[in-house]
Write a protein that binds this ligand. Structure first.
Ligand code: MTE
Ligand code: MOS
Length: 771
């Protein structure tokens, strides 16, 4: 089997029920852990009494903030997130009390006997209210280039606008879960569903007041994460650890769906304002945008998310004069967090919307305006933050996709369709994505690996990344097989464990395979150089040669040979055995750090990205003018993954990411009531895409023949960028709504384009038509 054709390691295990999730692991004498959380958005706790609850049958322990042996903190970047609330609560869903019980029923019963009284404080639940009060959670940031004020004055046309983009619930299938098992002395083992085991280890050690070498965090796989387990998986782990520490028994916490949705943060909603100046042709001269994000009650990753939004505000377009202002505000909602795209989608939505507005204003095709403004190849290729856009694939991809999607003819056909249909309208849109790959916090771009070869010739690979369904382990498996030159059957990717590879970064920023793949390759190179020495000695004998250079040794097809004599081979397994007998170490660590990247946040300048990933999509929708509902008729995607590490997995990531984006831009609407209660906390009120929402015609293709030099096996990251291709759907809906008014008026709806929002926009346009 080719190393790029490996099946997703979970595919078989999922359908046969063999995959092991945290909740499948049961420890001896395990207790149920339950979190009691605030029912007020902002209040002082005037009374907290757990005595009655503690007397109930089956209740082993009840903890409040006073019982935390270490630091009452779980903020990943800023210490503004208490593990358990002390005197004040700042959102509905904030943990106040932990219960350890023999049974779930007992835990529920105890909750009723816990008395909590609140004195209400003033709340800020609305982003606009937070903006009006200037309730910033972090200092504003600016990225600027050229002369924005002057160009706004001199530009032939200037349009301005505003855009709201909504929150999004992660809806991983496996809710937040952790199992804490106390060991000897202070030891604590955590089975976590965490994208960031090293950080989970840190937080657990801190709340318990013990050192990190006492805490092992193990992650087999997550049942989906999508950014929602980058920091917020730490919470359940810390709570479970506190209860396990207090009871000296294993404690598992597995949040119910509704609780998970209420307690955890979401994608940051944004409110953005912009001015965009351009000439008659449609060339953009100046763009000034203010991005305002709702951070929720704590900082979490809001700074980096805002930063990524700013670094993607211009998307694929060269604009000579740009000003991007970013502000994150504090509100009394759960702390918002990483979500696929990490702010990128929120930043890009604004410019994509603005470009459509330009096209409508100039009565031109928006795809044409996009093409005109793409970053150039040798000029017009510097981003507002100063990084040069290299290996630009935008023009090639545009040409290919325009042809493969038959864009021009379909555009004409849609116009004809719309003339003859009054109550059904169609719309089409092409949108590009240029997504920067690397953590923008430069030091995070490092990874480690630990590789063992056993004496039977089999290989165990450990790396610091985590498997969340994205196929990282399968990709690493393929990389290892190709680098060792052995069949995949001889290789096993073991669980991620902090005691095997320490101090790792989160598996995030789409860089899991880039970073961990390189670290694994590094370890394999070290082992191969050791094996090569043994091989040289043996082959010299076999070939009857005086000299044989190390660089003549080839590892391929489960064997080792000199390139001059491919017919004289040593089996990999025999060579390993020989190395062992020669007392050569068959185990090593590997390490990688991404070269040449840096970013100065204060100046808003630097080279934050190792490279860019590109994608492009054309989507066509059909809109029911009477209900505001639309159907996705067809989507064509062309995506750039360099030389694919595994085409099937990459296609899966592209399809999945795109559809997840379609949910965000169409039906996924999060609502809170006036007191800050989440109203959309289950699938009956929160509509994620289903099989019915997949485009009737769905053509997804990988760009081939464009290797990404300098990256693992010339591949590119793929996890997040496709989500942003969903703008093609959102803008196709806009195009269809625009057709209701014969493209004379700007459809005014934000994101998501729910049927309700679309219908209101249609009504507005019809009103204008009547006048
Ligand atoms: N795919 C699946 N099936 N499940 C997930 O949770 N997370 C996404 C993406 N694809 C996710 C996924 C996110 S947010 C990121 S950052 C990347 O996968 C992380 O993995 P990678 O760096 O290995 O691509
Ligand atoms: Mo992904 S949002 O970087 O976990």
């Amino acid at each position: 089997m080719k190393s790029t054709n490996l099946k997703h390691d979970s595919a078989f295990k999922h359908v046969t029920g063999q995959s092991v999730y945290v909740n499948d692991i049961k420890a001896n004498r395990q207790l149920i852990g339950r979190v009691v959380y605030s029912t007020e958005a902002h209040a002082r706790i005037s009374l907290l009494d757990t005595k009655a609850a503690l007397k109930l049958n089956g209740i082993v322990s009840i903890l409040t903030s006073k019982d935390i042996p270490g630091k009452n903190q779980m903020g990943p970047v800023v210490d503004d997130e208490p593990c358990l609330a002390e005197d004040e609560v700042t959102f509905i869903g904030q943990a106040i009390v932990l219960i350890a019980a023999e049974t779930e029923e007992a835990a529920f019963e105890a909750e009723k006997f816990i008395l909590i009284e609140y004195e209400e404080l003033e709340t800020i639940l609305d982003l606009h209210q937070a903006i009006a009060k200037n309730n910033l959670i972090t200092p504003p940031r600016i990225i600027e280039c050229g002369n924005v004020a002057e160009t706004l004055k001199s530009a032939p046309h200037v349009l301005s606008g505003e855009l709201e983009t909504g929150a999004q619930e992660h809806w991983y299938l496996e809710t937040q879960s952790a199992l804490a098992i106390p060991g000897e002395g202070k030891e604590m083992l955590i089975h976590a569903s965490s994208q960031n085991p090293a950080e989970t280890q840190t937080i657990v050690a801190e709340v318990l007041g013990i050192s990190k070498n006492e805490v092992d965090v193990e992650v087999r796989r997550m049942g989906g994460a999508f950014g929602g387990k980058e920091t917020q998986a730490n919470h359940v782990a810390a709570w479970a650890a506190l209860l396990a520490n207090a009871t000296h028994r294993p404690v598992g916490i597995h949040l119910f769906r509704d609780d998970d949705q209420k307690i955890t943060g979401k994608r940051h909603r944004f409110f953005s304002k912009y001015q965009i100046g351009f000439n008659n042709e449609g060339k953009i001269l100046v763009y000034s945008v203010e991005l305002n994000s709702d951070a929720g009650s704590a900082t979490d990753l809001s700074r980096a998310i805002l930063e990524r939004a700013m670094l993607h505000a211009e998307n694929a377009y060269f604009i000579p004069n740009v000003k991007i202002v970013g502000k994150a505000y504090k509100t009394n909602l759960p702390s918002n967090t990483a979500f696929r795209g990490f702010g990128g989608p929120q930043g890009m939505a604004v410019i994509e919307n603005a470009i459509d507005k330009i096209a409508r204003f100039l009565k031109k095709d928006s795809a044409e305006i996009r093409y005109l403004n793409f970053y150039g190849i040798n000029e017009r290729n510097i981003t507002p933050y100063g990084e040069t856009v290299l290996n630009n694939r935008l023009h090639i991809m545009f040409d290919k996709l325009l042809a493969s999607s038959n864009y021009a003819e379909r555009k004409k056909a849609i116009n004809t369709f719309n003339i003859v249909h009054e109550f059904v309208k169609r719309g089409i849109s092409l949108t590009p994505v240029k997504f920067g790959i690397s953590f923008t916090t430069a030091f995070l771009n490092q990874a480690g690996a630990l590789v063992h070869i056993y004496t039977d010739g089999t290989i165990a690979i450990n790396h610091g990344g985590t498997e969340m369904g994205q196929g990282l382990n399968t990709k690493i498996h393929g990389i290892a097989a190709a680098e060792f030159g052995v069949s995949p059957e001889f290789i096993k990717i073991s669980v991620t464990n902090t005691s095997k590879v320490p101090n790792t970064s989160a598996t995030a920023a789409s860089s899991g395979s880039d970073l961990n793949g390189m670290a694994v390759k590094n370890a394999i190179e070290i082992l191969k150089s050791r094996l090569t020495e043994v091989a040289v000695t043996q082959l010299k004998e076999k070939l009857n040669k005086e000299t044989l250079a190390a660089d003549q040794i080839i590892f391929s097809d489960n064997s080792i040979y000199a390139d001059s004599h491919p017919e004289i081979k040593i089996a990999f397994r025999d060579l390993v055995k020989q190395a062992y007998l020669n007392q050569i170490s068959l185990s090593t660590t590997g390490f990688y750090k991404t070269p040449g990247i840096f970013y100065n946040r204060e100046l808003g300048k630097g080279n934050p990205f190792y490279y860019y990933a590109y994608g492009m999509a054309v989507s066509e929708v059909e809109l029911d003018v009477l209900t505001g509902e639309s159907k996705l008729l067809r989507t064509d995607i062309l995506h750039d993954v360099g030389d694919s590490l595994n085409p099937e997995i990459d296609l899966g990531q592209i399809e999945g990411g795109f559809i997840q984006g379609v949910g965000w831009v169409t039906t996924e609407e999060i609502k809170w009531d006036k007191r800050g209660n989440l109203l959309t906390h289950s699938p009956d009120t929160y509509k994620i895409p289903t099989v019915n929402d997949i485009p009737r015609i769905f053509n997804v293709e990988l760009l081939t023949g464009y290797p990404n030099e300098g990256s693992i096996r010339k591949s590119k990251a793929v996890g997040e960028p496709p989500l942003m291709l969903a703008f093609s759907v959102w803008l196709a809906i806009k195009d269809a709504v625009s057709a209701v008014g014969n493209h004379l008026f700007e459809p005014r709806f934000s994101l998501p384009a729910t049927a309700e929002a679309v219908l209101l926009s249609i009504e507005e346009i019809r009103g204008k038509l009547r006048n």
